[in-house]
Design a protein around this ligand. Structure first.
Ligand SMILES: [Zn+2]
Ligand SMILES: [Zn+2]
Length: 199
């Protein structure tokens, strides 16, 4: 009984976090979905519980940051580890993955919220993807240039041109300039994947 309550509360909190972190356009259906919970729980003092959970999340992130791995997570918080460990404490992934111009907000992309992923990683060269707001790659940018200069942002600037509204992306093997939300599934040459976002 106790555990079930906690599970439901966790779910509620998760939903609230998700909504808070994502675009307003997604509130329509999910708000209806949680309405039942909210009214049913109105009699309970849920504020302290929520903030406790927020603290727990912060604590958990600290642990993860220090340990750099996920093994400690299940030992320190077995009750959370037994639940779906990948869906919450590991962060959220873009699905589908978008890259966008500098006016496109960064964050977790979804089909209804086309945010520009700022946690991209290249599965080909295994480098993190660098981003440069209000820039585009010069036509002279090539593989060798990236090979020699990534991830040195100062050296990379040599082949970036100022262009308001654009956002330039590069790993050590590929480069791309985005002006509007672009679904990476349509870019066969780019082996970039979302490396998870920590809220
Ligand atoms: Zn992402
Ligand atoms: Zn690469």
């Amino acid at each position: 009984m106790e555990d079930e309550d906690l599970d439901e509360l966790l779910d509620d909190v998760e939903r609230r976090f998700c909504r808070g972190g994502s675009d307003a356009t997604s509130t329509g259906s999910s708000a209806r979905g949680t309405a039942g919970h909210v009214t049913r729980r109105a009699v309970k003092p849920e504020q302290p519980i929520s903030s406790d959970l927020a603290d727990l999340d912060a604590l958990l992130e600290d642990f993860l940051d220090e340990s750099g791995g996920s093994s400690l997570k299940t030992q320190a918080f077995p009750e959370r580890g037994e639940k779906k460990p990948s869906s919450q404490s590991g962060g959220r992934k873009c699905c589908p993955v978008f890259v966008g111009g500098s006016s496109v907000p960064s964050g977790v992309g979804t089909a209804t919220s086309k945010r520009s992923c700022d946690q991209l990683r290249c599965t080909s060269c295994d480098f993190r993807v660098l981003t440069f707001d209000d820039c585009e790659w010069d036509a002279s940018c090539d593989y060798l240039f990236l090979r020699n200069n990534v991830p040195d942002r100062l050296k990379l600037a040599a082949r970036l041109k100022k262009r308001s509204g654009s956002r330039a992306f590069a790993c050590q093997c590929s480069w791309f300039t985005a002006t509007e939300p672009t679904d990476l599934r349509g870019r066969a040459g780019l082996r970039w994947v979302c490396g998870r976002h920590r809220d």
